[in-house]
Write a protein that binds this ligand. Structure first.
Ligand code: TEU
Length: 578
């Protein structure tokens, strides 16, 4: 395979710090708690920890609203705790990447406080300020009609300087103006070099394709006549200078430290738009998350996002095939993931949890599926033990996420009972909250996430006694131990699973998901034959594996475990224990 960069066959694991492990009894996870569990991650087979934001923040969006990039939100710990985490990873041969949130800051950031203080402040143009417009009735209206990601407008009026400021997300998250070179330089120095100098190995880069807005700031076309706010991702995604900005970020801040980068690329469904970000010759990003698969079931980003739209297995297979094959013949790379902190739990969305047996089979099938796909593999905390969505009996009062609550409030404001019911139904499957409840470590009170009697920031799942890491660690047949085996297998056969080509079989079959993975090179290492002997390669053949995943026939979106076969011409080898 030649000299491939280390991060291509590394297994990444995303930690959501608020919900991983609370070590000081405040009901909120923290960095010392994470350090206390680093051997659990190492034993699982994790190479890189991706830590969601721990910086100082008023927590309007769970830390994706940073008020100081060089301080740590006190309930998480201190900068020295991050240093200790870096050390804890490095001594085990693991690495740590942080979450870089630089499309916007918090409204509490010093930069914004200066920018909003006066129109002549030197940092005024570090954010995006525009004068009001006035409609035919003389009423003040925002500079554009753009609808944001959290439902509602993308502009908030500032009385003090009599202008609006832009925020694609919450009004507490004002967008930085990347057109300002001084602002970009401050981002590279203040938010990136500071951490890279302390030994952090790279970044997951938030909303990486949104820094270059279309600077005409014109209205989006009307797609929803009933709303004053219109979906407008084309106004800020993949904008005219985005590749210039990302390349500059790479050359000025990432490359000098050999830092790895994975960008979050939403609203970009065409491979021709994605490749420029991940082409190694372009020297922009090492890889990106593309969201088409993980968005299955949502009603679209801006419209009725939380109106659940059932999908079929052929639809899912077509999307997977597209993003498995788009890098073939290119110098690009891809990623593999089915969960993160912005989505519902995969085993609940794509599996069948109606019985313990089907739940376990579904979770193992997901593991088999993810571990045999081409690209860099990302796991999300709890995926490895089959954590499920919050109980369907939990009401909206158990949901804490600004996005969930804004979409629910919008539904309530409609006054339409069906809209409200549909939104609650969609939230029960898709809400970001499902992946944010505390990790289930064991069957002690608070699931071992926090000490007994501590009030945790989100409620522990009702089923934590049945679904927890401790129980699965001692059960060879558990989901957790299946993940351990399958991650080792992925590494052992990286030519097949990490680097191999993907070819979908039976694309239209409604219940079977099967594909061939083929080594890009002739076999050069031995592998087991059905007759029990090993065969050494050099036979000019290319090794291949057929992965067969069965979906239950009636519900179409369920998985149930099957086997993986390593086949070579006529040798069909059972490669895996199911
Ligand atoms: O999400 C960016 C992104 O893709 C959003 O458009 C996402 O689709 C939306 O939040 C609905 O899920 C990143 C972070 O992952 C997310 O947690 C933050 O809320 C958001 O940026 C703002 O920083």
């Amino acid at each position: 395979l030649g000299k491939e960069p280390w991060w291509k066959d590394a297994t990444f694991y995303q930690v959501y710090p608020a919900s991983f492990k609370d070590s000081d009894g405040d009901g909120w996870g923290d960095i010392p708690g994470l350090i206390s569990k680093i051997d659990y991650l190492h034993d699982l087979g994790v190479d890189v920890v991706w830590l969601s934001p721990v910086f100082e923040s008023p927590q309007a969006d769970m830390g994706y609203d940073v008020s100081d990039y060089q301080k740590i939100y006190a309930p998480y710990g201190t900068v020295e705790d991050v240093d200790a985490l870096v050390e804890a990873c490095h001594v085990r041969g693991m690495k740590l990447i942080l979450d870089l949130v630089v499309n916007h800051t918090s409204i509490e950031h010093g930069w914004f406080k200066e920018s909003r203080s006066s129109k002549t402040n030197p940092k005024r143009d570090w954010y995006i300020w525009k004068p009001a417009r006035y409609n035919s009735e003389g009423q003040r209206i925002p500079p554009t009609n753009w609808r944001g990601y959290f439902a509602g407008p993308t502009w908030t009026w500032d009385e003090h300087t009599q202008e609006y400021y832009l925020h694609l997300y919450a009004s507490e998250q004002p967008d930085l103006n990347w057109e300002s070179e001084a602002c970009r330089e401050a981002i590279y120095d203040n938010t990136m070099r500071f951490w890279l100098e302390r030994g952090v190995d790279g970044f997951r880069i938030d909303t990486v394709n949104k820094y270059s807005k279309r600077t005409e700031y014109v209205d989006a076309s009307i797609t929803d006549p009933s709303s004053t706010c219109q979906p407008a991702p084309e106004m800020w995604c993949n904008g005219p200078r985005i590749h210039e900005f990302i390349h500059e970020m790479r050359t000025k801040a990432l490359e000098p430290y050999g830092a790895v980068s994975v960008g979050e690329l939403s609203n970009t469904p065409h491979p021709s738009q994605v490749l420029p970000y991940v082409s190694s010759a372009a020297r922009e990003l090492d890889m990106v998350f593309e969201f088409s698969m993980i968005r299955l079931g949502t009603g679209g980003m801006f419209g009725p996002k939380y109106t659940y739209v059932p999908f079929t297995l052929p639809q899912m297979k077509a999307i997977v095939a597209k993003w498995q094959t788009f890098i073939e013949g290119t110098d690009g790379w891809t990623t593999v993931f089915c969960e993160n902190h912005d989505n519902g739990r995969a085993v609940s969305r794509f599996g069948d949890c109606s019985t313990p047996e089907l739940w376990q089979a579904s979770a193992k099938t997901l593991a088999l599926w993810q571990a045999t796909l081409t690209g860099t593999l990302f796991l999300y905390q709890g995926q490895e033990i089959g954590m499920t969505n919050m109980p369907a009996t939990w009401g909206i009062d158990k949901y804490k996420d600004v996005e969930s609550l804004n979409f629910y409030a919008e539904a309530v404001a409609s006054g339409d009972q069906k809209t409200i019911a549909d939104t609650m139904h969609g939230l029960r499957i898709l809400a970001r909250d499902h992946s944010r409840i505390p990790f289930q470590w064991d069957d002690s009170p608070n699931a071992g996430f926090a000490e007994k009697g501590v009030k945790t920031w989100m409620q522990i799942h009702d089923e934590y006694r049945d679904i927890n890491a401790a129980k699965q660690l001692v059960d060879q047949d558990s989901i957790l131990n299946f993940y351990k085996r399958i991650l080792q297998l992925r590494k052992k056969y990286k030519d097949l699973f990490v680097f191999g080509t993907f070819r979908l079989l039976q694309g239209e079959h409604k219940a079977i998901f099967s594909y061939v993975k083929e080594s890009p090179h002739e076999t050069s290492n031995s592998y087991p034959q059905t007759n029990g002997h090993s065969v050494n390669g050099h036979d000019g053949r290319k090794r291949a594996a057929v992965v067969v995943l069965n979906f239950s026939k009636d519900k179409q979106e369920c998985l149930d475990v099957r086997d993986v076969f390593d086949c070579n011409d006529n040798d069909t080898i059972r490669l895996l224990v199911s």
